[in-house]
Structure formats: C-alpha cells, structure tokens
Design a binder for this molecule. Structure first.
Ligand code: PLP
Length: 403
C-alpha cells in the first residue's frame, strides 16, 4: 500500500488546495484512494462523469476505437465525429457542430462565431452581454466573459466587450443593448455561481429581446447539457431555442470532449477561421457517441427527472430536520443553503471523518461547496436511490459535527 508521503506531488504546479489523497480507481458512484479507503462521489469530476466512474460503454468505446484510429488530423473526416455530429443535430435545434477539447474552448468558439456574425450582419457589433456570477471558463476571453468576483482584475487587461447584466433581470439586459451588441450569453442554470436557475419567463424574455434586436442567444450548456437537467439539453426545459449552444463535461462522460453547436443561420465560420489539432478526434468522439447514445434514451432522461425529484425531496426533508436553508435545482444539478458558513467544514468532515460511523467504515463522502454557505450536488445521472439515501446519512452526520 502506498503512503501519501511517497508520492512526488511537488512537481505539479500548486494551483489549488488539494487534500492529501491520490485517487487510484473508480466504479459508478464510488472512488478509491491510495490507501484503499472508498468515497461515495457526489462531485463526479465536477459534473463530468454523467454515467459514473469508468462505465462499461466508455471502456468499450475506447477499447474498440483505440486500435482502429486515434487521430487522422482535423483536416480529414473521421467516422465517429460525423456520427456524433449527426446525432447531436438530429436531437437539437442546431444544424452544425464544431468539436473542441474543453468547455472553455467551446465558449471561445461561440464568442468568435458571434463576433464574426456581428461583422457580417450587425455593422461590426461585437459586444456579448453576459451575467454577474456566471462562469464560462479559464481562457482569457472566457474569464472576461465570466462574472466571477475578482476575475476582472486577476489577469488584467481583460478581453473587452462583455458588459454584465443581472441574472433573471431582463430590464438590466435591455439597458445594455446598443449598436455594439451582437449577442447575449448565459448558463440556463448558473453552476459555479451556486445553482441559480433561470426562470421560464426570463429565458422567454431573452429570446424575445434577441429576436427584436437581431441578437444571437448563446446558451453555455457545458454543465446543464447532456441530461443533467432531466432533458437532453437544458434549453429544452425552458421551451426556447438558442442560436448557439456549447456543450462540455457530460458529453464525454469523463474524457476531454466538448462542442460548439449553431443553427445554419449562425454558422458563419469560413475556412481558416476555426480549428485545432485534437478537435473532433475519433477516440474522444467515439466515447461521446456511446455516452450521448445512452443518455438520450427517453427512459434514461425520465429516470434522471425522477432521481432529481427524489434528491430534492430528501434534501428538503434533511433541511427541515437540521434547520438548514432552501433546497433548489433542476434534475440532478441541485444545491442546499446551509444558512451558516460551514460549507467547506462540511466537505472536509464528510470526506475525512465519517469512518467511525456505522455505515461508513473505511469510507467517506465527496461533496462540493461552491459558496461558503452552500452545497452543490452533481452525482452520476445513473445513480441509485440507495446511494442518495446513503449520501443524506453522511451529510446529516457531517452537518451535525459542526455543532
Ligand atoms: C465547467 C464549465 C466551463 C468550462 O469548461 P472546461 O472544460 O473546464 O473548460 C464553462 N462553462 C460552464 C457553464 C461550466 O460549468
């Protein structure tokens, strides 16, 4: 058995505070560390492992594709990327797909596409209205588009042209529209911002506003897409159709795959304006094909909605029992207000200190606290109600331990 001290961790850039654990194995809703302790995982690679850890369909897709063809060059066609693009366009309101390797890169593509469209159709307009507390990625342009406090000065100067409106505040969006505006970009549910759900009226209002002013509506569905909200795409929950959408996270079920989708009208790239070495490579798109094929089944999505309601009800009940705050969310992207700034303490206790409890021998629970008084839940979409019950048990213990 390895000891943590035996690992040469100092060679990695120290970009975040990591616990002294090295994960070596995963299966479904469970992860195992270097010392053999197991963890019930309600983080799942940050809402990435839509089918849990190492699901059979991904293992098989990789095993089948790797010996056939890994990458021919993005300047040639390959079968899995054609098939996945066909699947995504048939299942959505979009006509064209550009595959990328990360959500941020997909959003960069969306920003470029909107700016190109503004040059062609709106007299050079280039501003994209985004929102406070939004998160669109960690490249310079997507950091500038994000409304995360402090990010405006972190790597100044920013990329210009992202005025910020208030989420669910249509008047604040309308007030920013000018001759320079080309698009509005938002997450249907702000994930990193703390699971803030757009209202039905707000999404409908944005669609109307964009139609009236000739603007593009861009949905960043890196977190909300691919079944997370109980519909294949988040926008379907709001009965609107965006002009551009980005996908990431769940689309690869754990491998680096993301996508930029556009309607035929908004798909204005010409040769030489967009590309990338690994973009649309058959190894990753073969995985995407397997993952999306499983999640898009009506019975699978119906089950996600059921599980979302089950989790929401269980969190509400626990909240009443422990005098916590409101529970919210759509599908299996949910959050619980804690009322006190105990989020990170609850995360640490749940991970490290449950082993003495009856149901948690040599086991822990992985949770996420995106804000000091808030927990976010982003489990595998195919988890079981027993796993939800066990999570609630661990959460109860971890909250009670805070006194
Ligand atoms: C995670 C996330 C991104 C960034 O995706 P990466 O793959 O980390 O680049 C962008 N937008 C939203 C809404 C996200 O949740």
């Amino acid at each position: 058995m390895m000891k943590f001290a035996d690992y040469p961790v100092q060679h990695l850039m120290d970009i975040t505070a990591r616990p002294e654990l090295v994960f070596v194995r995963g299966a479904g809703s469970w992860l195992w560390d270097h010392a053999g302790k197991r963890y019930l995982d309600f983080v799942q690679g940050w809402a990435v492992n839509a089918l849990g850890h190492s699901p059979r369909c991904i293992v098989e897709a990789l095993a089948a594709q790797a010996p056939r063809l890994i990458t021919p060059s993005p300047a040639f066609y390959n079968e899995p990327s054609l098939q996945l693009a066909a699947l995504l366009t048939q299942a959505s309101c979009f006509d064209r797909v550009f595959f990328t390797n990360s959500g941020a890169e997909a959003n960069e593509g969306a920003i470029k596409l909107a700016r190109k469209w503004g040059r062609m159709h709106r007299g050079g307009a280039h501003e994209i209205i985004t929102f406070t507390n939004s998160f669109h990625g960690r490249t310079l342009a997507t950091m500038s588009a994000s409304g995360k406090p402090g990010w405006d000065t972190m790597f100044a100067p920013q990329v210009a042209g992202f005025p910020k409106a208030g989420f669910n505040d249509l008047a604040s969006v309308a007030a920013l529209v000018s001759d320079r505006t080309v698009a509005v970009m938002l997450e249907p549910v702000q994930g990193e911002g703390g699971v803030n759900c757009a209202t039905h009226e707000f999404m409908q209002g944005l669609r109307d506003l964009c139609n009236r002013h000739g603007l593009l509506l861009i949905c960043d569905e890196v977190q909300t897409g691919i079944g997370r909200l109980g519909t294949l795409f988040g926008y379907q929950h709001f009965d609107i159709e965006p002009d551009i959408m980005t996908l990431g996270k769940g689309i690869g079920g754990g491998v680096p795959l993301a996508a930029l989708l556009a309607t035929a009208r908004a798909s204005v790239f010409e040769h030489g304006e967009q590309g990338g070495t690994y973009n649309g490579n058959p190894l990753m798109t073969a995985v995407g094909l397997a993952v999306v094929g499983e999640i898009m089944q009506p019975a699978f999505l119906a089950r996600v909605r059921e599980l979302g309601e089950y989790l929401g009800a269980a969190l509400s009940e626990l909240s009443q029992e422990l005098d916590l705050g409101l529970e919210r969310g759509i599908g299996l992207l949910r959050a619980l207000e804690l009322k006190r700034d105990i989020g990170s303490a609850v995360v640490t206790t749940a991970r490290d200190d449950l082993s003495v409890q009856p149901r948690w021998e040599n086991a822990g629970l992985l949770l996420n606290s995106p804000r000091p008084a808030l927990l976010r839940f982003m489990p595998a979409l195919n988890l079981t109600t027993e796993e939800i019950d066990l999570m609630i048990d661990g959460l109860r213990l971890a909250v009670r331990a805070q006194g």
